[in-house]
Design a protein around this ligand. Sequence first.
Ligand code: GSH
Length: 344
Amino acid sequence: MPYFEKPRGVLRVFMLLVVSLMPVHPAGAQTLKAVKERGTLNCGVSQGLSGFSSMDDKNTWTGFDVDFCRAVAAAIFDDPFKVTFMPLDTASRFTALQSNAIDVLSRNSTWTMSRESSFGLMFAGVAYYDGQGFLVRRDAKIDTALELGGKTVCTQTDTTTELNLSDYFRANDMDLKVLALPTADETLKAYNDRKCDVLTSDISQLYAERLKLTAPDSHIILPEVISKEPLGPAVRQGDDQWLNLIKWTLYSLINAEELHVTSKTIDDAVKSSDPNIRRLVGTEGEFGKQLGLTKDWAARAVRAVGNYGEIYERNVGTQSNLSIPRGLNALWTQGGIQYAPPIR
Ligand SMILES: N[C@@H](CCC(=O)N[C@@H](CS)C(=O)NCC(=O)O)C(=O)O
């Protein structure tokens, strides 16, 4: 039978029967069970990147990446504090996932092909569209990255940043001197101590790191964006139920923004007659149950941490001291590229 012809008769009935008997939760579904039994989500974050993941003065983890894990914990436990945060450097972040030390990595990590095809990981989506940039001293009077030939550039090891840096200099036929260090603190210190002329990293991180410098205003971010850095949560391969849960928690936050459902309007949303809102908050359909959660999983997440826009503005946008413009991370309806598939 040609591949494009549909099977008929007894064969079709048999195939439909086989599909209908397949388990709802695919083989390998063990992460959610383990998280529920443990009573806390183990979440890998960066070691201290203001706006993304850092400890506040009350020793509470806060930030954009942190809030994503809190949303997942709220969806599972109805409690955004049932998360154990594990600060990880660039080298240990993926091994922590591979060795089961964490359930999800929410740590400014770029979705690349090799991280999926050779590290045994899957990215659940893009939480933050970023790109790599350069930070220089204002008084160096450098206006464009094309003037960086011969300069010493500080970067962090085991990152896409390190790889893009050498590609960019090679492509533009410029001399490169690299000072690559294993942690963000060491890298920033080297730049602050003038051991290098330039600091390179994802632009969101340049905003965050600049605030820690002795005189933040005397440093500028050059206009060039030299790479695509789609940052998002990653999980281990082999547990599709868990991948779906992480993916759809992210998408529910983005869909909530699109539907104007916020942490402040969530109680009204639960009474809404709009079918899109009803499916999101669980007053219609069984979407949460299909993930192994309750019907109101997404409402729990939004109530606890807000929708995508609220998370963005509070941590890295207008209400934060980073003030990073929404840019690509605006919704597709607002000129950006944040676009979540529908809940239906
Ligand atoms: N997105 C890039 C870079 C990620 C990265 O870790 N960048 C450094 C540059 S500041 C960082 O965030 N470090 C924070 C830390 O080590 O805690 C990747 O996935 O490789």
